[in-house]
Write a protein that binds this ligand. Structure first.
Ligand code: AMP
Length: 283
């Protein structure tokens, strides 16, 4: 496994591999890897001759009062996990390498970015879209793997890939959870032991909404009302959003159906956690 930090070196390396006819599979991350990332890497290993992992805490997708400076980092641990998952190339650029002086170009996104995380984190998806476009141009992958954990991000990247004819197959992967249900996230490391217990309210709300829906409940108010009760019962919780939306368009729905997305963002103390499920799909 090789670690590359220089943008041009990465681009030249993959260019050489592609000239040899190698198929490149790519997993972009912000590092501090866990089993969720590992599931993407293992699937990527099966889909490419060369597996590339990027680790980059992208400053442009963080708001001014967000956790950019505190975001957990562990390059050594990440490289060990990457190697165990069969990664060939780790691309870990610097912010200065990705955004040299004079950088000014953005990607204009559409309605998919308006609700949910787009509403509470203005500019976030623009930062994501720019960095993903740049990473695609540097790594030139044949396929790229993303988690459903960031459901809206995946929807936006899929649409951007179609709209801009990016020659990359986008593969969505299931959410990997801790045994007790909490969706794995690098940000879970911020939680105190008490908050870690409280964080279960997200997956409990998801389970409750799925259970009610499976028993015939389709009222948006009643489904969200039950979820809200579970979350507000937790002392350190504050709801950012709790919504049922169409899983493809992300538009509001009048009643729940099998293709409805239930998505939520909840702060536990100062840690913002997200989770989601599509009602008719697997958990
Ligand atoms: P991040 O490092 O948080 O930017 O995540 C990098 C990629 O891993 C994104 O495509 C995420 O959706 C995905 N990911 C993060 N957590 C999970 C999880 N628990 N299960 C599946 N994929 C995940």
């Amino acid at each position: 496994m090789k670690l590359i930090q220089d943008v041009q070196e990465m681009q030249q390396t993959v260019l050489g591999l592609k000239r040899q006819g190698k198929r490149i599979a790519f997993v972009p991350t912000m590092g501090f890897l866990h089993e969720g990332h590992a599931s993407l890497l293992r699937e990527g290993r099966k889909r490419g001759d060369v597996l590339v992992l990027s680790i980059f805490v992208n400053p442009t997708q963080f708001g001014i009062n967000e956790d950019l400076d505190n975001y957990p980092r562990n390059l050594e641990g990440d490289c060990a996990l990457a190697e165990a998952c069969g990664v060939d190339l780790v691309f870990a650029p610097t912010a200065a390498g990705m955004y040299p002086p004079g950088f000014q170009t953005t990607v204009a996104l559409g309605p998919l970015t308006k609700p949910l995380c787009g509403a509470s984190r203005p500019g976030h998806f623009n930062g994501v879209a720019v960095v993903v476009t740049k990473l695609f141009n540097i790594v030139q992958p044949d396929c790229a793997l993303f988690g459903n954990k960031d459901f809206q991000q995946l929807a936006i990247i899929r649409q951007m890939t179609i709209d801009l004819n990016l020659p990359v197959e986008i593969i969505g992967m299931q959410i990997v959870r801790e045994p007790d249900g909490l969706a794995m996230s690098s940000r879970n490391s911020y939680l105190t032991p008490e908050q870690r217990q409280q964080s279960l309210c997200l997956s409990k709300a998801i389970q409750k909404v799925r259970e009610l829906f499976n028993n015939g409940e389709i009222s948006v108010d009643r489904l969200l009302g039950e979820a809200r009760m579970i979350i507000t019962a937790v002392p350190e919780s504050s709801i950012d959003y709790l919504e049922l939306r169409h899983s493809t368009t992300l538009q509001p729905v009048e009643t729940a159906a099998a293709d409805t997305l239930f998505a939520l963002a909840v702060k536990i103390g100062s840690t913002r956690l997200i989770d989601n499920t599509v009602l008719g799909g697997d958990l």
